[in-house]
Ligand binder design. Sequence first.
Ligand SMILES: Cc1ncc(COP(=O)(O)O)c(C=O)c1O
Length: 365
Amino acid sequence: MKRMTRPSKALIDLAALRQNYLTAQTLHGGRALAVIKANAYGHGAVPCAHALADIADGFAVAFMAEALELRQAGITRPILVLEGCFDADELLAAQTHQIWIAVHQTAQIEMIQASTSAPKSVCAWLKVDSGMHRAGFAPEAVKEAYQRLIACPAVASVTFMSHFARADEPDEYATAAQIQAFEMAIQDLPGERSLCNSAGVLAWPDARRDWARPGVLLYGASPLPAAFSAQHPEQKLLPVMTLQSEIFAVKTLQPGDALGYGGTFVADRPTRVGLVAMGYADGYPRGVPTGTPVSIDGKPSRIVGRVSMDMLNVDLTELTEAGLGSRVELWGRDVDINEVAQHANTIAYELLCNVKRVPREYIGQ
Ligand SMILES: Cc1ncc(COP(=O)(O)O)c(C=O)c1O
């Protein structure tokens, strides 16, 4: 029967996700919360959580609704909400559903102090601002915050956490300074510790503590420079998402023909181009220039002209075998998402989170 569906999809390899999680767990030692906020960086939080449920020590999400979605889907492992509670209702939800909460500001401590229900029902992750200056208690305020928290009848435990601003720069001193500031702030206080995001796990052995919080590495994208990854083959990550489509029209441009919106690509020789069913409405970045890598039936090629809402063009001039129905990979095993991100002036995180409209198809269960 003739296919009626647009051949564009995000293939999600759950076996690769599991492998990357195990890599993080092994490198870091101790336990690791798989960070699956933002719909698992575009990969689908519920299927990813189910795929990791028997091996992950727990999960982390950004806000309460993301955590509740996982609980409703039957995920029973620990879940940490990284932004903590926004109001008393969220605190009650955390207590009811045994969701761990970050506590990064005084108003959140006051909320917990005011809680009269369910003694010892709150696992608080006290966030120390060790130098990022985004969220968390200043080092000199940490002791008092800890004492206020631990005195609350509702609090069962306090874990200390901090987050790095520049761990993806392996030669940058700021991360070492953050590690030191964190330790100074909590030196005599009892409780488990957590510092490492993906870059911390990969590049900062000194930062390894009781819990890691890897995110982007689970999805097979290293946050570190390519040169660092090349020097650490033992840290090999497997791409989890393959964004792919097919060629659904072919034409040959003559010298001087301008292609697509803005006519940004002008052929200087007969140029065979393939039209691909993928555009910025699917999350492929509009800003990439001609020359951005793609792969066609496994062979390297490039984007030509401007990406439009539902379509983009690729160069088939050297790929004489390629034509209607050829498989086009925008990123995945053949095309490094970090390279596409560089062409788009962004980071792999943003590309992954932005994927939309295309169906996600799960493999490797
Ligand atoms: C507090 C915290 N921990 C861990 C992560 C995971 O970071 P990454 O995806 O770089 O591993 C994030 C993500 O932004 C975060 O905000």
